[in-house]
Design a protein around this ligand. Structure first.
Ligand code: NAD
Length: 235
């Protein structure tokens, strides 16, 4: 079993999280058994074409997702990670999740590679926060009246280039890279793992299962996020 690690030995640390980070909170997954895409066709609910064809259908679906996420609470792993970040200013959280659970646990800065369920975006005026309720505050932009869409990277969308570049820079600088609950099959996000490996970071994977990218990690913790994050990393 891996001995506890003190982060004071590192000036730059990145935690890179995926859907498995929120699994113990009960946030519904997208793929696999019980996943959203087993029940709903993403072509009808999670791409720009679907939004253009029937925006209210897509927005209703996302309100339902927000309601499901709001009913979930951050777990001990989210809370511990937020406390680690508060104690170590050089710790960055980069997530593929859109659920906002890190922030609800108290994390201050989170790089959200795939956007957030808690923001809406106008094609002309950019993103606005829409926090804390399942139902959207507005479906139209207050400035131009244009339709707002969820600020999420849907199928066939490009990732936000500035956000991705920021993530890449943080990872290139990291001395310790910890991946939690990601399968490593969704690109381009998964391509950030080899970036960390090439930069010479100490590589730790937290995942109960083997993944596509496990071979890149020198240390593998086969436990869940809620158990391993508090156990392995000392405040
Ligand atoms: P994934 O669904 O492809 O893989 C999840 C990984 O988590 C698996 O390797 C699994 O073994 C592991 N896992 C399961 N339970 C775990 C636990 N308790 N602790 C630690 N690990 C656990 O997830 P991904 O790699 O993030 O890719 C899925 C894509 O879907 C991402 O792009 C993400 O944006 C999106 N997504 C987001 C959410 C969310 O916001 N919570 C949920 C589902 C999917």
């Amino acid at each position: 079993m891996m001995k506890p690690i003190s982060l004071s030995a590192y000036s730059r640390v990145v935690f890179f999280t995926g859907a498995g980070m929120s699994a113990e909170s009960g946030v519904p997954t997208y793929r696999g058994r019980g996943g959203i895409w087993a029940e709903y066709r993403w072509e009808e609910y999670a791409c720009q074409d679907a939004f253009d064809a029937d925006p209210n259908k897509v927005l209703d679906f996302h309100e339902q997702r927000r309601g499901r996420v709001l009913a979930c609470q951050p777990h001990a792993g989210h809370m511990h990670l937020a406390a680690l970040q508060a104690a170590h200013p050089g710790l960055s959280i980069i997530t593929q999740n859109t659920d906002g659970m890190h922030q609800r646990a108290g994390a201050r800065e989170v790089v959200e590679l795939h956007g957030s369920l808690w923001r809406m975006r106008c094609a002309r005026h950019g993103a606005v926060e829409d926090l804390g309720a399942a139902v959207y505050e507005n479906r139209d932009c207050g400035l131009c009246g244009g339709l707002l869409r969820p600020d999420i990277t849907w199928f066939a969308d490009a990732v936000n280039a500035a956000v991705f570049a920021r993530a890449q820079q943080l990872i290139e600088e990291a001395e310790l890279f910890v991946a939690v609950g990601t399968s490593g099959i969704v690109y381009p996000a998964a391509g950030l793992v080899p970036v960390a490996a090439r930069s010479g970071a100490r590589m730790i994977e937290i995942n109960p299962d083997e993944t596509e990218l496990s071979g890149m990690f020198g240390e593998r913790v086969r436990e869940t996020a809620g158990v391993a994050v508090p156990r392995v990393f000392e405040i």
